[in-house]
Structures are given as structure tokens and as C-alpha cells.
Ligand binder design. Structure first.
Ligand code: ATP
Ligand code: MG
Length: 676
């Protein structure tokens, strides 16, 4: 393999760097990810055993793609490389090493919604539920908790900075957090933050030093992509993993840091040379992705950032037209422009899969999704998916989770409240009786249910017993378990929710996904750790199509590239999002996010904004929308302006020929945030 033919000098130097710490800091599209792939290939060629290489990426999908590319370079050996996210890796290591440190191997992972629900229980247990509504909500409590864990900023400082009105409750926060922590531990529940925290602690704790050293000794080389989006805890983990050796390669771009809202800090990049003395630093400036006019616009946009360290990007490629800045009269005209232009480019030979439409938040593509469906253009959607957050999906998962972990209080509470005749008091009493009996399997059966709850209690006891019984010949697949649960649950669903059909269809999907997992534990862990991030992961919208358009949030588009990119809703209050408008740091993060969006394009880039929004989406005082503040006059000069004319001359909106067979709008509403 001739590396020199595939990489430029700086990339080659990085890919073939000998042992020792290495930082690659470079702008968008300069080949950071490509260099990392070649470095993995190079290490394997050099004789490093692939299973002793750890590749950490932002999504599991990204790791898979990189390893597939490495496979093309060095063959199937690369399949043994351990690739995945920090959380996924933490999970794997904790299952293996946790039991030696007092964490049982069968812990249950709580996703964010579960953690918030548990926080609510802690809030109530601390007697703060009935206090005046001035005491923060579970979401706020959880946000502060998570921020504290991920940034190591003291709770008091977070309150002063973000929630000064809650300062007087600082002691109460501490009480709730203490209960929350104890509650999780007593029930073997582990949330996302705990995964990282336990990993870091295993590596660092003195009495367990032996474990830390053994974990560190599992790998000879660690490589991290998108390092700008890691947090303090992840930096600590990397330190711990590198105690035995110092073979760490990190790549990142401070101008693309977009997860500060979740505690990420570019200090990790800036301080790397200090944290790893003697680290080699490679910078890359030649962009291989985009045309110069697209880079000019992107460079200008990011040049307005308050703080920045990366250099101007350039390409050796010549030609390319200026990106378009498109003014539409309203949302629907914006939609029709995007769809028409996509079809035009498609006619001219660009496959749909080489085009993407990006937006700030998942709900902003609703009109576009309807239009694409009406015009029969296949698409898949990345990010912003609410499938697993849908109440009915969580309901079914609650059954599986109490089977998996009988101490899973959140799931017990959820499923008890589902049952007809069981209310809050009965649910709490039932849970207390199980706590008193140390969560033994039989304790729920012995619970003395009040008369009106007797039938439901009996039905639930029977179902759980049937699912627990392990007679030979029984089908114990997760899909089958879901089918059994639905025997009881589907009627409850029909009673409790509207729009029954799409919800039942979701449960079919869930059953289908479950079919791909060997057992319940791995199914539940995968859903919590790696929730489906694209509609195609769920098996609809493009399963049989290899040519589908991508709709994506800007966050989920990180690291990707397409021939043609449309950034829609470039409207102040939408991008940047309105909740960022009052906070300078958040505005800067939104600007970097816009930069990420623009730099995804290879040849065509169009940024669009509707001038007015005449439905009531934003309330009456905002009838006229303003172009995003990031596209100031100077930046606009890097674009060519396209102003779409008032509707005359444009085709009237098409009306579907026949009544729709499926209630598509209903499905969208229930799936993308409308459902409860
Ligand atoms: P981002 O910051 O968006 O993650 P990146 O720095 O990781 O970008 P890559 O995705 O690795 O950049 O590369 C961008 C594009 O440029 C890819 O299509 C890649 O294959 C191509 N590329 C990078 N380096 C070279 C090279 N030396 N020769 C040819 N193509 C290259
Ligand atoms: Mg990359």
C-alpha cells in the first residue's frame, strides 16, 4: 500500500507517526478522519494486533464506517479493532470489570428520560415535590447534575451562572443529588454520566489501581476522532487509559465544537500538548472537500467568531460557483424551491444520496417531509428522532426492564401506573413492599393490592411469571417477549392514547428491531446506548432504496459530506435558535454549528430562509422573519442572491390524487415530537 500516493505530506506524517502522543488539529474537510483511518491501517501493518487498538468516535456508525475503510486498506484484520463511542466502550468495560469493584455485571442503563424520572422520585423523596412550584423541575435538576458531573464545575457555580434564581436552593440540590445517587446504586441503575464516571474512577481509584492498570493494558494504541467535542471526564479517562503507554492520537477542530451545551470543552485540544508533554502536533489546511467559493463563504462566516485558532481553509481545486442565498416568501415556497432544485440536480446526474438538507432542529423539516412524500422522493432523517421517547414505546420497554432488573424502580412505577385500577398511592405502596422484601421476584406477587387494583395486579403477576419461567422449548427471544407483553399492553394502549394505529405500528417496529438481538440484556443496552439515529435504522423510509435523500439536523451531519447541501431556515430565532439569543457563548456555539453545516458541501451549497411565517408557529409578534445574524453583509457578499417571486407563475400546491392509504401526517406527528 502506497500511503504517500493517498495522503499529503502532513497527513502522511500523522498517519505514520511512531509511538507517543499526537494531536492533529485542523479545519473541516482537511482529511482528519481520513488520516485517522490510514493511521489505523498503518498500525496494523506495523504489526500492532488489531484488538489492541481502540478507536473512539462520536457515533457507533462513524466507527463502523472508518473501520470499513480501513478494511479496504489492510483487509479483514481491521475488523478486530475495537471501535465505538465512549459510552459504548464504558459499558463494555464496566460489564467486565465492574463486578470486581462492587458494580454488579447486570446493571441497567438509564437513558436521559429515565434519569429525569428517577430524579423526580428523588425530588419527591426529599419532600420537595409539593413545595411551591418555584423549586426546579426534574429536567432542570438533571441538567445541573449532569453538567456538574461532566464539567466538574461545582453545583453552586453552575447555579450562579445559569440559574441564579435557584441559588437559595443549593442545599436542596445537594440533598436531591445525594438521594438520586444512592437510589441508582441501590437499584443497580447506571445513567449515561455514571458510565463515564465509573470508567474514570476504575482507572483512577487507588485501592483498585490494579484494575486500572489492567484496563489500561488492554490497548496499545488509542485514537479519538472529533476530540473537540469531548468533556473533562473523557479527558480524564484518556489519561487513565494511557498510563501504561502514551500512544494516543486525537484529532479535532476547535471551530467545529458544537457540544459545549453538554459539557464538551475545547480546552481538551488546547491543553493536549501540556497534558502530554512531548506531543507531536500536526496541522492541516488544505481542504479536499469543497470548492473555493464554498470555502470562502465558510471562512468568512467563522472569521466572525470571538475566539478561534484554526487557519483559513483553501483548496487546490479551481472553479465552482458561489453558494446561493435564497429568499423565499414563506415556508412552503422554501420547501418547493429545495425540492425543485434537488430534482434538477438529480436530473443532471447527482444521486439523491449525494444530497442533504440540513436544519437546526428536527421539527423544522416537517413541511419538507410532507412535500417529499407527496412527490415520491425517498428520504431518510437523521437526528431529532423521538421514536424511543414515545410514551408507548417506553411503556413496552418498562416491562422488559423489570424482567431484566427487578430493582428498576422507574420502570416499575411506569408500568404500575399503566394498569387499570392502580394509581399513584398503590404504585408507591407496591414498590415499597418490594423494597422491604429486598426486591425478591415473589414480593410483587405477595403485595396485597386494594380491591380495585386486584384484577390488574393479578394479570401483571401472571404475565411476569410467564415471562420468567424458563421451560425448555419456550421461545425466549426478545421479540417473542414483546409479543407476550403486547398481549396485555395493546388494549391498554388503545384505552390510553389517541392515534392508535401508528403507535401499534411503532410496536411492530420495536419487535422487528428486537429480532436482531441475541438476548434481552443486549437489546436493552443497545437501545439505551445507541438509539436508532436515522429513520433507516428503524427499517422504514429507505430500507429498500439505495438512493435516498438525507434530511439531518446540523448536529447529526457532523463529519459527513455531500455533493449538494441545503441549509434551510437560516432565520434568526431558528438558526441561531431563539433560546440561544441571550447568551454569548451559546451564540458562538450556534455560529460554529452553522459553520459545520456549510462545510458539509462539496459542489453546491444553498442557504434558504423564508421571509415570513404566517402560521402561528412563533406567535403574533414575529410575523416577519429576519435572516440569520451569522449571514451579515460581508458574509452575504460571498453568496449569490436568489429571490423567489411571490407565488404567481409557480405551480399551485399539488393535491394528492386519492385519499392517503396511511395517515402519514399522523405518523409524523407521533414520531417527531408531536406525540406524548
Ligand atoms: P470534518 O472536519 O468535516 O470531520 P475531516 O477533516 O475529517 O472533515 P475528511 O472527512 O477526512 O475530513 O476528508 C474530507 C474529504 O477529503 C474526504 O472525501 C476525503 O476522502 C478527502 N481527502 C482528504 N485528504 C485527501 C487526500 N490527501 N487526497 C484525496 N482526498 C482527500
Ligand atoms: Mg472528520
Amino acid at each position: 500500500m502506497d500511503f504517500a500516493a493517498e495522503l499529503n505530506d502532513a497527513q502522511l506524517k500523522a498517519a505514520t507517526h511512531p509511538d507517543g502522543p499526537l494531536l492533529i488539529v485542523a479545519g473541516a474537510g482537511t482529511g482528519k478522519t481520513r488520516t485517522l483511518v490510514y493511521r489505523v491501517a498503518h498500525l496494523i501493518e506495523r504489526g500492532i494486533r488489531p484488538e489492541r487498538i481502540l478507536l473512539l468516535t462520536f457515533t457507533r456508525r462513524a466507527a463502523q464506517e472508518m473501520l470499513a475503510r480501513a478494511e479496504r486498506l489492510v483487509g479483514s484484520e481491521s475488523r478486530a479493532v475495537h471501535g465505538g463511542t465512549f459510552h459504548g466502550t464504558a459499558h463494555r468495560l464496566l460489564r467486565r470489570f465492574g463486578p470486581e469493584a462492587g458494580l454488579p455485571g447486570d446493571f441497567t442503563i438509564l437513558d436521559q428520560g429515565d434519569s429525569e424520572d428517577l430524579m423526580q422520585l428523588s425530588r419527591a423523596a426529599c419532600g420537595l415535590a409539593d413545595k411551591t412550584k418555584r423549586f426546579p423541575k426534574k429536567e432542570t435538576l438533571h441538567h445541573v447534575y449532569s453538567r456538574h458531573v461532566n464539567t466538574e464545575i461545582p453545583v453552586g457555580a453552575i447555579l450562579r451562572e445559569e440559574y441564579p434564581r435557584f441559588i437559595e436552593f443549593e442545599d436542596d440540590f445537594a440533598r436531591v443529588f445525594a438521594d438520586f445517587t444512592a437510589r441508582k446504586q441501590a437499584r443497580d441503575l447506571v445513567d449515561y454520566d455514571d458510565l463515564l464516571l465509573y470508567w474514570a474512577m476504575l482507572l483512577e481509584a487507588e485501592p483498585a489501581r490494579a484494575i486500572g492498570d489492567r484496563i489500561g493494558a488492554l490497548y496499545d494504541h488509542i485514537l479519538v476522532d472529533e476530540f473537540q467535542d469531548t468533556n473533562v471526564l473523557q479527558a480524564r479517562i484518556l489519561k487513565g487509559m494511557c498510563r501504561v503507554h502514551r500512544n494516543i492520537t486525537v484529532v479535532g477542530d476547535d471551530a467545529q465544537s458544537i457540544y459545549a451545551f453538554r459539557g464538551a470543552t475545547i480546552r481538551n485540544i488546547l491543553d493536549f500538548p501540556r497534558d502530554y508533554p512531548g506531543a507531536a502536533v500536526v496541522t492541516l489546511e488544505q481542504n479536499y472537500r469543497s470548492t473555493q467559493p464554498i470555502l470562502d463563504a465558510s471562512n468568512l462566516l467563522i472569521s466572525r467568531a470571538e475566539e478561534r485558532y484554526s487557519k483559513e481553509l483553501y483548496t487546490k481545486r479551481t472553479g465552482g460557483e458561489k453558494p446561493w442565498l435564497v429568499t423565499a416568501q414563506d415556508e412552503h415556497q422554501q420547501t418547493r424551491f429545495v425540492v425543485d432544485r434537488i430534482l434538477e440536480l438529480h436530473e443532471a446526474g447527482t444521486p439523491l444520496r449525494e444530497m442533504a438538507v440540513l436544519f437546526r432542529a428536527g421539527y423544522m423539516s416537517a413541511d419538507l417531509e410532507i412535500e417529499l412524500t407527496a412527490r415520491n422522493i425517498p428520504f431518510e432523517k437523521w437526528g431529532g428522532l423521538k421514536f424511543l421517547e414515545a410514551a408507548h414505546v417506553k411503556d413496552v420497554l418498562a416491562f422488559l426492564r423489570v424482567l431484566e432488573n427487578p430493582r428498576d424502580e422507574v420502570s416499575w412505577y411506569r408500568l404500575l401506573l399503566l394498569m387499570p385500577g392502580i394509581g399513584d398511592t398503590t404504585a408507591r405502596n407496591a414498590i415499597q413492599s418490594m423494597i422491604d422484601a429486598a426486591w425478591s421476584h415473589e414480593s410483587f406477587g405477595r403485595f396485597n393490592a386494594p380491591p380495585r387494583a386486584k384484577a390488574a395486579h393479578g394479570a401483571l403477576v401472571q404475565l411476569l411469571a410467564a415471562l420468567r419461567s424458563q421451560s425448555a422449548g419456550d421461545d425466549h427471544s426478545v421479540a417473542h417477549e414483546i409479543a407476550r407483553v403486547r398481549g396485555l399492553y395493546d388494549d391498554i394502549l388503545r384505552e390510553r392514547y389517541d392515534r392508535v394505529e401508528p403507535r401499534l405500528a411503532d410496536l411492530e417496529q420495536l419487535q422487528g428491531i428486537a429480532g436482531g438481538y441475541p438476548d434481552r440484556a443486549s437489546f436493552l443496552a443497545a437501545l439505551a446506548l445507541d438509539p436508532p439515529s436515522a429513520t433507516s435504522d428503524l427499517g422504514f423510509g429507505g430500507e429498500n432504496e439505495d438512493d435516498t435523500l438525507v434530511l439531518s439536523t446540523a448536529h447529526s451531519a457532523k463529519g459527513k459530506e455531500w455533493d449538494a447541501v441545503f441549509v434551510i431556515w437560516a432565520v434568526d430565532g431558528w438558526f441561531p435558535m431563539s433560546r440561544a439569543l441571550g447568551d454569548d457563548d451559546q451564540i458562538e456555539e450556534e455560529r460554529r454549528l452553522m459553520y459545520v453545516a456549510l462545510t458539509r458541501a462539496r459542489h453546491h451549497l444553498a442557504v434558504t430562509y423564508p421571509m415570513n411565517v404566517y402560521d402561528t408557529r412563533r406567535g403574533a409578534d414575529y410575523s416577519f422573519d429576519q435572516l440569520s445574524r451569522f449571514l451579515d453583509r460581508g458574509v452575504r457578499n460571498a453568496f449569490q442572491r436568489v429571490v423567489l417571486q411571490v407565488s404567481e407563475g409557480l405551480p399551485a400546491p399539488e393535491t394528492p390524487a386519492a385519499a392517503p392509504v396511511v395517515d402519514l401526517k399522523g405518523m409524523l406527528r407521533s414520531r417527531f415530537g408531536g406525540g406524548s
